[in-house]
Write a protein that binds this ligand. Structure first.
Ligand SMILES: Cc1cc2nc3c(=O)[nH]c(=O)nc-3n(C[C@H](O)[C@H](O)[C@H](O)COP(=O)(O)OP(=O)(O)OC[C@H]3O[C@@H](n4cnc5c(N)ncnc54)[C@H](O)[C@@H]3O)c2cc1C
Length: 341
C-alpha cells in the first residue's frame, strides 16, 4: 500500500499498517529537513494516550504543557474561562517522526494521481490533509486561511488563550509549549488575523523561531465526498475530519485512521469502500450540524430559536464526547459563547 502524506494520519496509519504486516511505502512532498508538523500541537491527552498505546508509544514523554484553564476573549468584552480536562500541547513533530520509525518513506516526492501509478499498489491512501491531492475536488469544500508563529522566550503566558472573532470568522490563539515556547497564530476567513500584531508588540521579548501558513479545512465529511476514487481512499483532513468550530483535526483524523483500520481488518482482501464511507459519515454526522452553525454565524443568520435543534445537537454530542475534547462542555457557557460571537 502507498500512503501519500506523512502528517498525523499518514504517520499513524503507516505505523499501524506495518505493525499488521502490510507492506507500506509513504511519500511526502516536503524534504526531510523541511518537513514540519504544521499545527498548534494541542489535543486531548486522554485520546492521544489511547492512540499512542495502540502504537506502542508512551504519550507522557511527548507532553509539553498540561493546561488548567482556557481563557477566551469574545466580542463586546465578554470573557469566559473553560476548565480544561486533559487538554495538552505535545511534541507532535517527534510523535510523528517516532511513528514513522522504520516505515519506508520517500521525502521530496509530490504525488499526483498520475505520477503515483495506482496499479503498482493495492491501495493508495490520501493523507494529504487540506491538499486532498489524490481525490476529486469536493464542490462544497470550505477552507479557512491560517498562519502561526512558533515563539520562544515568551514571558507571562502559561495558559491556553484564545480571542474569538465576531461572526465566528475565526480566532486568535496562544498555546503554551515548554520552556517559555508557544504557538501564536490565527485562522480568519477575512484574513485580518487580529491579535497577532498586538501580541508581538506586547511581547517584545518573544523570539520568532518559525512562521508557518496553511489553511484548515472546515467542511465536514458529509461535504467532502467522495472518500475514494478507484483504489485511492482518503483518510483524515483530506475527507473533512476536522471539528469545524475549532479547526481541530488531530483527534478526528486519528479516529478516522482507526475506522480505516477496522474496516480493513474486517475485509483484508478487498477493502470495503462503502462500509468505510458509511461508518465515517455516521461517526462525524454531527460535525455537519456544527459546520452549519459556523456558516450561519458567519453570514449573521444564526437564530437561537430557529436553529435550536442544531445548537442542541452540538451541545449533546460534544457533552457525550467531553473526554475527547479535553475541556469542559457546559451548556450555559456554550450558549453565552455562541451569543457573544
Ligand atoms: C496553523 C494550524 C494550527 C492547527 N492547530 C491544531 C491544533 O492545535 N490541534 C488540532 O487538533 N488541530 C490543529 N490543526 C489542524 C490539524 O493540524 C490537521 O487537521 C491535522 O494535522 C490533519 O492531519 P492529516 O494527517 O490529515 O494532514 P496533515 O497533518 O496536514 O498532513 C498532510 C501531509 O501531506 C503532505 N502532502 C500534501 N500534499 C502532498 C502530495 N501531493 N504528495 C506528498 N505529500 C503531500 C504534507 O506535506 C503533509 O506532511 C491546525 C492546523 C493549522 C493549519
Amino acid at each position: 500500500m502507498a500512503i501519500v502524506g506523512a502528517g498525523v494520519s499518514g504517520s499513524y496509519l503507516g505505523h499501524m499498517l506495518q505493525q499488521r504486516g502490510h507492506e507500506i511505502e509513504i511519500f511526502e512532498s516536503s524534504t526531510k529537513d523541511k518537513h514540519w508538523a504544521v499545527c498548534a500541537w494541542a489535543a486531548s491527552r486522554n485520546m492521544l494516550s489511547r492512540f499512542s498505546n495502540q502504537a506502542g508509544l508512551d504519550f507522557e514523554s511527548y507532553v509539553l504543557h498540561v493546561g488548567r484553564t482556557l481563557k477566551m476573549e469574545l466580542p463586546n468584552h465578554v470573557r469566559e474561562y473553560l476548565d480544561l480536562k486533559g487538554l495538552v500541547t505535545y511534541d507532535k513533530q517527534r510523535w510523528e517522526h517516532d511513528l514513522i520509525g522504520d516505515v519506508k518513506i520517500t521525502y521530496n516526492q509530490k504525488c499526483t494521481p498520475r505520477n503515483i501509478g495506482s496499479n503498482q499498489y493495492d491501495y493508495v491512501i490520501d493523507c494529504t490533509g487540506m491538499h486532498r491531492t489524490m481525490l476529486p475536488r469536493a464542490p462544497e469544500d470550505f477552507l479557512i486561511p491560517a498562519y502561526e508563529y512558533l515563539l520562544e522566550n515568551v514571558e507571562g503566558m502559561n495558559e491556553f488563550y484564545v480571542v474569538g472573532y465576531r461572526g465566528a470568522k475565526g480566532y486568535f490563539w496562544y498555546f503554551p509549549l515548554d520552556d517559555n515556547r508557544g504557538y501564536m497564530g490565527a485562522g480568519d476567513v477575512d484574513k485580518k488575523y487580529e491579535g497577532i500584531e498586538t501580541f508581538l508588540r506586547d511581547h517584545p521579548e518573544a523570539r520568532i523561531v518559525k512562521k508557518i501558513g496553511r489553511p484548515i479545512r472546515l467542511a465536514p465529511p458529509r461535504r467532502m465526498q467522495p472518500f475514494h476514487s478507484g483504489n485511492i481512499v482518503g483518510v483524515g483532513e483530506s475527507i473533512g475530519c476536522v471539528f469545524p468550530m475549532l479547526g481541530e483535526g488531530i483527534i478526528p483524523s486519528l479516529i478516522c485512521c482507526d475506522i480505516f483500520l477496522k474496516v480493513l481488518d474486517g475485509s483484508p482482501r478487498k477493502f470495503d469502500f462503502e462500509k468505510y464511507t458509511k461508518i465515517v459519515l455516521k461517526k462525524f454526522a454531527y460535525y455537519d450540524d456544527v459546520y452549519r452553525i459556523v456558516r450561519l454565524k458567519m453570514k449573521n443568520e444564526l437564530n437561537m430559536v430557529k436553529h435550536m435543534r442544531l445548537l442542541l445537537s452540538m451541545y449533546r454530542n460534544m457533552k457525550r464526547e467531553e473526554g475527547r475534547f479535553g475541556f469542559e462542555v457546559n451548556l450555559d457557557k456554550m450558549t453565552r459563547l455562541v451569543r457573544a460571537l
